[in-house]
Write a protein that binds this ligand. Structure first.
Ligand SMILES: Cc1cc2nc3c(=O)[nH]c(=O)nc-3n(C[C@H](O)[C@H](O)[C@H](O)COP(=O)(O)OP(=O)(O)OC[C@H]3O[C@@H](n4cnc5c(N)ncnc54)[C@H](O)[C@@H]3O)c2cc1C
Ligand SMILES: NC(=O)c1ccc[n+]([C@@H]2O[C@H](COP(=O)([O-])OP(=O)(O)OC[C@H]3O[C@@H](n4cnc5c(N)ncnc54)[C@H](OP(=O)(O)O)[C@@H]3O)[C@@H](O)[C@H]2O)c1
Length: 418
């Protein structure tokens, strides 16, 4: 009997491409980093990207005032440092320029406008079958490969909460990924839902454009200064972790934050009972690195409000019974992975689309499956994983070359020639 992809009906319904090397899904920083590390070893690969550009999150789904919030040495990708003249915290534009030069330097040319719809390991032939649809003309392609690298990101899709009355709200409602600048909100009362890094920075930006933001703080959040005594808080934490246990580093960070920022609870911002680093490691919740929002909260320019009960025409009601008139809503309610929608695999990835094994083991699955950028450790985590993945694939690749034994059976060669 025919294996499905050898079935003549199926075979002619979509174009089949045999990839001699890995298929990488996603041309964000993670996918590019894996590509560069493979290039260095001379291993061919294909990157499939649903957008029409590299780093679509950065180019299309972030606000204008965004800067990297960690010092540049923690955000650069493998084998190609940031230019020397870049500031400590590069702007979004500088980061995109860097990524463009990165792709150019390593001659990485992703297949743009190809959205991966499904990927499945075919036990019968021992290969991955990756199906894409083109966003330009709807044509479908099936890629067949030995290795599959998932690089679609932790922030692939926006999270839009289902809040009572939100659909009936008459003013503008947008997610933070569509927010560019506070300019058009000048003079308006804007409700920002969420107090993560996006919620804080959008609120700050609204203030700077003379809008009147109210920020919803539903549960609790760690706010840390971006710098302590002129040193990046993140860098300081990484340094301390070399010598002392994580729980102690957490305690020191909280004491320092208290000295620098004061008691933030009196402004309605509760701190979680678990320390900032432990919370990040266990639940992936990033602490807010303050770049000025807290001062606006202190001065009352950003109004902190509790959880929302419901929206009505031009109003919002909170759980404490208070009502507020508002003109617009920005949902800074976070993002989620889209892996469960397309990857037909349940052993390595969890239902929420993250690797099941915690850091540092979450990068390698079975049957040639890899994940990069899912360790909740930002760009530095992704870079470390990219190097490991390329080395791992490189080992098998080199063994194959040394043995001069192409493992490709006859039917696979047929497909590559088709
Ligand atoms: C506003 C904001 C600011 C951030 N700032 C920082 C920071 O300063 N430092 C830091 O370390 N981290 C930061 N992050 C986290 C950030 O997401 C990552 O560090 C980085 O972008 C991760 O890169 P990635 O390649 O893993 O994912 P992404 O950048 O999300 O790239 C994934 C790519 O996969 C593509 N894709 C998704 N699904 C499919 C599909 N089915 N088929 C084909 N292609 C697909 C997407 O179009 C996208 O281009 C920030 C996140 C946000 C939202
Ligand atoms: N400058 C930068 O580098 C920068 C800027 C922005 C973002 N980022 C990064 O991007 C990633 C995403 O950040 P993010 O801030 O967009 O998302 P996030 O960290 O996931 O925060 C989402 C926020 O929305 C709140 N929320 C969700 N649903 C809600 C509801 N129904 N009602 C009220 N509040 C609700 C959450 O509150 P609960 O805690 O109560 O769930 C939380 O405060 C993070 O890694 C972050 O560090 C970086």
């Amino acid at each position: 009997m025919f294996n499905n992809f050898m079935d003549p009906d199926h075979f002619f319904s979509r174009r089949c491409v045999w990839v001699n090397g890995p298929v990488i899904v996603g041309a964000g920083p993670s996918g590019l980093a894996v590509g560069a590390c493979l290039k260095e070893q001379g291993i061919p690969f294909v990157i499939l990207e649903k957008a029409d550009c590299i780093a679509s999150l950065w180019q299309k789904r972030t606000y204008d005032r965004l800067k990297l919030h960690l010092p540049k040495q923690f955000c650069q990708l493998p084998l190609f440092p940031f230019p020397d003249h870049y500031p400590e915290y590069p702007t979004k534009k500088q980061f995109i320029d860097y990524l463009e030069s990165y792709a150019h330097h390593f001659e990485i040319s992703p297949q743009f406008n190809e959205c991966v719809q499904s990927a499945k390991y075919d036990e019968a032939c021992g290969l991955w079958r990756v199906k894409t649809v083109s966003s330009n003309h709807g044509s479908e392609v099936e890629y067949i490969c030995q290795w599959l690298v998932v690089a679609t990101g932790e922030n692939a899709e926006r999270v839009v909460p289902d809040i009572d009355g939100l659909k009936q709200f008459k003013g503008e409602v947008l997610h933070a990924c569509d927010y560019k600048s506070g300019e058009k909100f000048c003079g308006k009362k804007v409700l920002v839902v969420g107090c993560g890094n996006s919620g804080m920075e959008v609120s700050l930006d609204l203030c700077n454009h003379e809008a009147q933001p109210s920020m919803v703080v539903r549960s609790s959040v760690h706010v840390l200064p971006r710098e302590i005594f002129g040193k990046s808080t993140f860098e300081l934490a990484m340094f301390m972790l070399k010598w002392i246990p994580l729980w102690l580093v957490d305690k020191i960070l909280l004491v320092l934050a208290w000295f620098i920022l004061g008691n933030i609870e009196k402004y309605g911002i509760k701190r979680p009972s678990v320390g900032p680093l432990l919370l990040k490691n266990t639940r992936g919740k990033t602490p807010v690195l303050d770049i000025g929002a807290l001062e606006k909260i202190r001065s009352g320019e950003i109004n902190v409000v509790p959880e929302i009960k419901r929206f009505s025409c031009g109003m919002v009601e909170f759980v404490d019974g208070e009502m507020l008139e508002i003109d617009a809503v920005v949902l800074a309610t976070g993002y989620c992975s889209n892996v469960p929608y397309w990857l037909q695999e349940t052993e390595f990835f969890s239902k929420d689309g993250f690797s099941k094994s915690p850091f540092p083991d979450g990068w390698k699955g079975k049957e040639g499956l890899y994940a990069v950028g899912f360790s909740k450790r930002g760009l530095s985590g992704a870079s470390a994983e990219a190097m490991k993945i390329a080395q791992d694939i490189g080992k098998v690749w080199k063994e194959d070359l040394n043995q001069k034994k192409q493992k490709v059976p006859t039917h696979r060669r047929c497909i590559s020639q088709f």
